[in-house]
Design a protein around this ligand. Structure first.
Ligand code: B16
Ligand code: MG
Length: 217
C-alpha cells in the first residue's frame, strides 16, 4: 500500500519561527509586554489566536475582542513582510531531497500546518508543487494537539491513519500525530520530542533505508 507522508511547515520545512519571533516581540513590546526566545519556543505549532492569548496571559493583560482582532492583524501584517523576503535558500537541509525521494517512490505527500500562510510560504520557497494535498490553519477548527489537521490530510488522500507518517518539530504536533494513530517522527531535540516514535535532528540524519522501511512496513 501507498503510505502518506505528512509534513509540518514551520520547523520542519522552513524556520519561520524566527520571523514569528520578530513579529510577536514587536507586538508584545508595543503593548508593554516582554517577549523572550523561551516564550517563542512555547508558541511553536500553536495557532495565531492561541499564541496571542498566551502572550496576553504572560503579560497579565486583558483587552477587548476588537483590540484582540486588531492586534492579530497587525502581527500578521508584520510577519508577512518577513515572509516576502523568503526564497528557496530557506528550505531546511535535505527537505527537498526527502520530498523527491518519496515522490520517486510514488508515496503520497501532504502538508499539515497550523499556519494560515502555509500556501504562500510554500510558493515563496518554490516547493508548492511537490505536495498532493495541503491542509493548513484555514481548514481546521481545532488546533494541535488536536489531530484534526492530520486526520483531514489522511482523509483527503484516502489513506488510513495507520498508514500515515508525520514529520513534526513541536510537542503539540507530535501529540496530534499520536492521537491520530499515525507514526510520529520528531524533527529536533530527542528529550523535548520524546513522545515521538522516532526523533532526528534533521532530514540529513535520515537515510534511504529508514525511509524505505517506513514505506514497506
Ligand atoms: P500563522 P506549523 C505554526 O506553523 C507555527 O509553528 C506557529 O508558531 C504559528 O503561530 C502557527 O503556525 C500559525 O501561523 O500566524 O501564519 O497562521 O509549525 O504548524 O507549520
Ligand atoms: Mg512546526
Amino acid at each position: 500500500t501507498k503510505k502518506a507522508f505528512i509534513f509540518d511547515l514551520d520547523g520542519v520545512i522552513v524556520d519561520t519561527a524566527k520571523y514569528h519571533f520578530l513579529a510577536w516581540k514587536k507586538l508584545a513590546n508595543g503593548i508593554g509586554v516582554d517577549f523572550t526566545h523561551e516564550q517563542n519556543e512555547q508558541l511553536k505549532g500553536v495557532s495565531r489566536i492561541k499564541s496571542l492569548e498566551k502572550i496576553l496571559a504572560w503579560g497579565n493583560k486583558t483587552i477587548s475582542e476588537a483590540e484582540f482582532t486588531r492586534l492579530m492583524g497587525l502581527k500578521n501584517e508584520d510577519y508577512l513582510t518577513y515572509i516576502d523576503t523568503m526564497d528557496e535558500q530557506e528550505i531546511l537541509p535535505d527537505v527537498t531531497k526527502t520530498l523527491d525521494f518519496l515522490r520517486a517512490a510514488e508515496q503520497h505527500i501532504a502538508l499539515g500546518s497550523a499556519s494560515k500562510n502555509a500556501r504562500m510560504i510554500l510558493e515563496k520557497v518554490n516547493i508548492l508543487s511537490k505536495f498532493d494535498v495541503i491542509v493548513d490553519g484555514n481548514d481546521v477548527t481545532k488546533a494541535k494537539p488536536d489531530p484534526e489537521v492530520f486526520l483531514k490530510s489522511a482523509e483527503q488522500l484516502q489513506v488510513a491513519p495507520k498508514d500515515c507518517i508525520v514529520f513534526e518539530d513541536a510537542v503539540a504536533g507530535i501529540q496530534a500525530a499520536n492521537a491520530a494513530g499515525m507514526v510520529s517522527i520528531g524533527i529536533g531535540d530527542k528529550v523535548t520530542l520524546h513522545k515521538a516514535d522516532f526523533v532526528f535532528a534533521g532530514f540529513q540524519e535520515m537515510d534511504a533505508e529508514f525511509l524505505n522501511n517506513l514505506i514497506t512496513s
